[in-house]
Design a protein around this ligand. Sequence first.
Ligand SMILES: [Cu+2]
Length: 347
Amino acid sequence: MRKSACSRSLGLLAGTFMLAGVASAAWAEKHAFEMTIEDTRMTLVDKQTFHTFAFNGQVPAPLIHVKEGDEISVHVMNLTSLPHSIHWHGLLQRGTWRQDGVPGVTQEAIKPGEDFTYTFVAEPSGTLWYHCHVNVNEHVAMRGMWGPFIVDPVKPVALERKVTKDYILMLSDWSSEWAEKPGYGGVPGDVFDYFTINGKAFPDSQPIRVSKGDVVRMRLIGAGELTHSIHIHGHIFKVAFKDGRPLPQPFEADTIMVGPGERYDLIFEADNPGRWMIHDHVDSHTMNGEKPMGGLMAVIEYSEIANDDAFYDWKDKQFEPDFYYEESLKKAHGMHEAKVFKGQAIQ
Ligand SMILES: [Cu+2]
């Protein structure tokens, strides 16, 4: 439950208190989340399967969406046959460094059949994410162990207050050579031959549906091994946030390089009705294996334009809402799963 404006102002009067050495706002909410890590299979473009270690059985992992200063606990149960951990990428862990999720440095990895509870305060604000920190070369690069962690700021900047449509795009790369060899892969020299937005390759990605006048925010997260050069047709966007931090002077662009681990929040006005590509301009990342016109591509569709052109690849598209977490982001703060990301359980 969100607190009322009244209790919020009481909190302001009370100021802040210290919890386990961490400054925490008196009005902060407490969230307790349950998470499993499961052997799961995903299938790309109806043909290429990948064995994943999926948080709650989904790739990408569930959205965690909270407010700056909230107190978070996540109870993680490892149901796979390999060790894992969770690193909360971008969270400061002030006074809670043992919650940083790095095996051999801040904790022992969570062994198969064992569990671990992470406890920390959500700070700073911004587009953050979480991922396994055991054998990241395999578990992050090709087993889908990542999800978005969005922390709403106590004081939003003017530009983000105008946003009407909020989307998350997690970018990643897959090497089919290791697809069904869990415990192996992610080594120098690997050939990446599948490329995804939120775990799906075109044409299995989804349209981004806007209307003229919307102010669109796209939160790009580099979750994979490679760098992606994201280009949007028909629009000039403002690069407004880097790694969750508001830029003092947002700059205009139509293409932005997103490296592994990086986040960029783009904000633009939907002022040009049409059908517009958003895609990786590293051209080989728009392939599915050896087949061109796939991979890291999607279409921005305006509601003002009909989608019935005979040539349109997505004229008969089965629309899956929440593919960019756009519905989950509207819900109350908490952890939100999405059916569209669920894989197939491996017994
Ligand atoms: Cu792992």
